[in-house]
Ligand binder design. Structure first.
Ligand SMILES: [Zn+2]
Length: 325
């Protein structure tokens, strides 16, 4: 899998219409944002109350097949828990059980399943074993939205088991505005020290860049940590949103670029205007990419135009757990 182009950060979302137990619960600005996302991936606005699961999956598969990437890491999304293992009721805006991505990956080789397990769950270790056995290639979480203090010593066993299973951790870092934030201070990449010290390969999603202009900028901490932790990587997901791409030029530097992997953050609405305004891509490339309606391909072409080399798109293949399923 080390020579194929992979998009390592693609969300699955569902309203439960296929019976898998997923849900989407939107309120306030998140409702508006969700409609905007659906619009940009050309899904009907009323899909949320209809056959959403099938339409979303079909849209994604069609775009992968028409794109330069062969496979995408498809992300589950756990519920929010207190650190003592009790579920936090009414907090999350969406939920994707692990079986939703495991099942779809079995049916479609384009999908590589990334499961999501809150380490405080009473069944966290059992679920980890079960998912690894079922072919999970990665574990995904958003410490600031899921309420996970990764440095909490109670989670040591969980990280040690992940390291033994060679299951990498994709952890959101930096601010977040599309999913409600429970603990803003957990956006800091230094929250990932314990899993790294336990031997887990960790990918800091978004390289700890800002989501909104008022978020703290943790990118310098991420860069410092790259020196210290050889198992730390970053992904370039959502770099084509206004604030996230602020450090894109630095990410192309030797010493940083070799530690980064490609991800689009589908279905987050990305475009090249910001990269052009920062002088990273030409107007010609901006205009060309603007005409690509396939969001998976558009992000791939933008990253290429930004100067990310061929290895950027294949690197994650060497980090993923090669499953037993
Ligand atoms: Zn994401």
């Amino acid at each position: 899998m080390t020579s194929v182009n992979i998009d390592a950060h693609v969300h699955w979302a569902g309203n439960g219409s296929s019976g898998g137990g997923s849900w989407i619960r939107l309120s306030g600005p998140h409702r508006f944002l969700a409609r905007f996302m659906l619009h940009q991936i050309q899904m009907p606005g009323d899909a949320l109350s209809g056959d959403f699961d099938r339409i979303y999956t079909d849209r994604l598969l069609a775009w992968i097949r028409e794109s330069s990437v062969r496979r995408v890491v498809l992300l589950a999304h756990d519920e929010v828990y207190h650190s003592d293992g009790r579920r936090m009721e009414g907090v999350g805006s969406f939920y994707v059980p692990n079986d939703e991505v495991l099942t779809r990956a079995r049916a479609h080789p384009e999908f590589l399943p990334a499961v999501s397990i809150h380490p405080a769950r009473a069944d966290a270790l059992d679920e980890l074993e079960r998912c690894a056995e079922a072919g999970a290639v990665m574990m995904k979480c958003l410490p600031n939205c899921h309420n996970i203090d990764c440095n909490d010593p109670r989670y040591r066993k969980f990280w040690e088991r992940m390291a033994a299973l060679r299951l990498p951790l994709l952890a959101h870092t930096g601010g977040e505005h599309t999913v409600p934030v429970v603990r803003a201070e957990f956006s800091d990449p230094r929250i990932l020290r314990l899993p790294l010290e336990c031997g887990v390969t960790v990918i800091a999603a978004h390289c700890a860049t800002r989501s909104g202009w008022s978020d703290p900028d943790y990118f310098p901490h991420f860069v410092e940590m790259l020196q210290r932790y050889p198992r730390l990587y970053g992904d370039t997901s959502a770099f084509n949103l206004p604030a996230r791409g602020a450090h894109a030029r630095e990410c192309l530097r030797p010493g940083i670029q070799e530690r980064l992997i490609h991800g689009s953050d589908f279905p987050v609405p990305i475009q090249g205007l910001w990269a052009w305004a920062r002088g990273i891509i030409s107007f010609r490339d901006y205009w060309r990419c603007r005409g690509i309606r396939n969001a998976i391909e558009r992000d791939f072409q933008l990253k290429k135009a930004m100067g990310f080399d061929a290895a950027h798109f294949t690197r994650v293949g060497s980090l993923l757990r090669v499953g037993t399923a």
